[in-house]
Design a protein around this ligand. Structure first.
Ligand SMILES: Nc1ccn([C@H]2C[C@H](O)[C@@H](COP(=O)(O)O)O2)c(=O)n1
Ligand SMILES: [Zn+2]
Length: 189
């Protein structure tokens, strides 16, 4: 065999070996569980029609199975086009969205696909309010991960923390391992 041909064969064997070894190793840049669940909550928030704050929530059991998802919106059959999205009126005004909106966490709990949420974890894009906290406690959720706490000084959220502290439900601000998770429909071929 000529030297050129031998070199050529060696190169081909090496490149096949490289190809097999990279395909035998697991991906290193896969999405960690916690990022995956918070990203799911964010994705869910994108369904919200609220022009001001879109909230998403995702409940996960201790086998890392998603058992509930929700976002803030009006109750079933209350039209998004007829009920008001305003927040400028007095808090108790009928013209105000607060009268009607079901919060993301409440929707998740109500729409859960399992009968009991005991021992589960909640991933939510916004810290739960007092009303959702009551549902969280009663449903048996044990841990809360949240992204934003932008209303933390309002009494509603102080009351929420008071209840969570009293019953020992852990809550922690979520720090993602990566800044962005890209969903590009064109990448799936
Ligand atoms: N933990 C929370 C807190 C609030 N929401 C909903 C309720 C409203 O639709 C919106 C907040 O509106 P804003 O006062 O910022 O104009 O978020 C929720 O789903 N979960
Ligand atoms: Zn709430």
């Amino acid at each position: 065999m000529s030297e050129d041909l031998m070199d050529n064969n060696k190169d081909r064997v090496e490149s096949i070996e490289n190809l097999t070894s990279t395909h035998n190793q697991k991906r290193k840049d896969y999405l960690p569980w916690d990022d995956y669940f918070m990203a799911t909550a964010i994705l869910s928030s994108k369904r919200s029609k609220d022009p001001s704050t879109q909230v998403g929530a995702c409940v996960v059991d201790n086998h890392n199975r998603i058992v509930a998802i929700g976002y803030n919106g009006f109750p079933r059959n209350c039209s998004d086009d007829e009920f008001p999205w305003s927040k400028d009126e007095d808090k108790n005004s009928m013209k105000n969205k607060y009268m009607y909106v079901v919060h993301a966490e409440a929707n998740a709990i109500l729409n859960s696909n399992c009968t009991a949420l005991d021992g589960t974890r909640l991933y939510t894009t916004l810290f739960p309010c007092n009303e959702c906290t009551k549902l969280i406690i009663q449903s048996g959720i044990r841990e809360i991960y949240y992204l934003s706490d932008k209303y933390r000084d309002k009494p509603v959220y102080q009351a929420a923390r008071r209840m969570l502290d009293a019953v020992g439900i852990a809550y922690k601000q979520f720090i993602p391992t990566q800044k962005q998770v890209t969903i590009d429909f064109d990448l799936i071929k």
